[in-house]
Design a protein around this ligand. Structure first.
Ligand SMILES: Cc1ncc(COP(=O)(O)O)c(C=O)c1O
Length: 455
């Protein structure tokens, strides 16, 4: 019987990544769905990586792959940047966990303070999830209020209050995320992104402790946010006395050394940071107004202190990687280089989709490249183009899962590891990477156009 396109892709994939297929069998005996992060789940199996350098990863079968995950966004400088590797190796031999205050936490904190406009005071955590959790708790302690306003499609980590409505569908009944107590929803107010009127109404109706949003729009800009909206939101929250939290876990240091807040000239009350902050190692922090971070201080004037333990807070290895990375980030070059190469990739992909008559479009800001696989509208006229006039319900949709898995496998066959419907660049990506990636997409289109997976 002749093979379908999907079967052909799978057969070639199994052959090229045979050792990964074997390792995945072991993974399935250990981990749910065989993986340790939801996004790494891939049918028929994910690729196992041994080593990485610059923009490339090297898998267990000896294949070289251009990486568009860049450490889930943490590696703005690319993999194994020598300055970062040296710093961590040096620190490793000195102390991995002194169980004490240390000089590196000061240096690390001072860099955050110098670079991020809102960072009057800082408290380190181990992840971005912990940083947003802390931001809510601090806001509640200081304001004495409990509700939290977030925007549909914004991702702030996986703790109870903020994981609902991080993905489509956006219908209210769909927010009932499994495993989260229903009481959580009493304190959560969800508003359409980029809608200042709806935000103002929701603030007046619910009187929340805080408003939180991603600095460049939900899930790293699937629905982009523009500076005009951020300025309106800053003004609105200041007028209503509501704490504004900018979640810069992904945009921080990546879009600009000072994050989206520096780029758009907005000073939020609180900022959450992680990823690039720790140079590719685990680490996060809450930064912001000194009077708000007082909530964590002993004997504060509020008379209530937020408890904050955490075994790996300000861990010296993460601090050493973070300092080495931020010193380079501070020059401004890495964010510019990563953004420029992503711009070239978006342009190259759009030219390809046009030429091949595929109803796909590439868009995005800074170092993000989004692909919308169901787009028939006008083609981009410039790089700031947003499909569907930024209608969030059109942009932020669930797409065909089989197509997604087949596309990722087809791209891996062409030597490209794409994150799903999006990719991210680092300052280590090159024009040659862009050319190879566009070619890999072209070959993937050929492979997918077999049995109705792609028109
Ligand atoms: C905007 C944003 N906030 C929070 C998080 C959670 O960070 P972590 O994965 O370090 O817990 C992420 C992770 O991707 C993120 O992109």
């Amino acid at each position: 019987m002749p093979q379908t396109a999907a079967q052909q892709i799978e057969a070639a994939y199994r052959e090229k990544f045979a050792t990964s297929a074997d390792l995945y069998q072991q993974g399935c005996t250990l981990f749910p769905s065989g993986v340790t992060h939801d996004s790494r789940y891939l049918r028929p199996f994910p690729v196992y990586i041994d080593r990485a350098a610059g923009s490339q990863k090297f898998d267990v079968d000896g294949n070289t792959i251009i990486d568009y995950w860049v450490g889930h966004g943490s590696l703005l400088l690319g993999h194994s940047r020598p300055e970062v590797v040296d710093a961590v190796q040096r620190q490793m031999a000195l102390a991995t966990h002194p169980g004490a205050c240390h000089r590196l936490e000061l240096e690390w904190g001072q860099l955050v303070q110098q670079l991020v406009p809102s960072a009057e005071k800082i408290r380190f955590t181990s992840s971005g999830t912990e940083a947003t959790l802390m931001a809510l708790r601090v806001s509640r302690i200081v304001s004495g209020k409990s509700k939290v306003l977030k925007f549909a499609g914004n991702f702030h980590g996986w703790h109870d209050t903020l994981i609902p409505a991080a993905d489509p569908p956006h219908a209210a009944e769909a927010y009932q995320t499994p495993g989260i107590p229903t009481g959580v929803f009493d304190d959560l107010v969800i508003v359409p992104p980029n809608d200042i009127e709806a935000t103002a109404q929701a603030i007046d109706q619910h009187d929340p402790a805080c408003v939180i949003l991603e600095g460049t729009g939900g899930r790293w800009g699937v629905v982009p946010v523009r500076g005009g909206f951020l300025q309106q939101l800053r003004q609105l929250t200041a007028e209503r006395g509501v704490i504004l939290i900018m979640d810069e876990v992904i945009s921080g240091f990546r879009v600009h050394p000072g994050g989206a807040q520096a780029y758009y000239d907005i000073v939020p009350d609180l900022t959450t940071l992680a990823k690039v902050l720790a140079g590719g190692l685990p680490g996060g922090c809450l930064a912001g107004r000194a009077d708000l971070l007082e909530a964590i201080a002993f004997g504060n004037s509020l008379g209530k202190k937020m408890k904050h333990p955490g075994t790996f807070n300000a861990n010296p290895l993460s601090a050493s990687a973070g300092i080495a990375a931020l010193e380079i980030v501070a020059t401004g070059e890495p964010s510019q280089q990563a953004s420029e190469i992503a711009r070239q990739l978006r342009a190259g992909l759009n030219a390809l989709f046009d030429e091949r008559g595929v109803a796909w479009i590439a868009y995005g800001d800074f170092s993000g490249v989004k692909i919308h696989p169901d787009y028939e509208g006008p083609r981009p006229t410039g790089d700031s183009f947003i499909p569907f006039d930024n209608d969030y319900q059109q942009l932020d949709r669930k797409f065909d899962d089989s197509l997604l898995h087949a596309l990722r496998c087809a791209l891996l066959l062409g030597g490209v590891d794409w994150m799903g419907w999006h990719g991210m660049t680092s300052s280590a990506h090159t024009e040659a990477d862009v050319d190879q990636t566009v070619e890999a997409f072209s070959n993937a289109i050929d492979l997918l156009r077999g049995d109705g997976l792609l028109k």
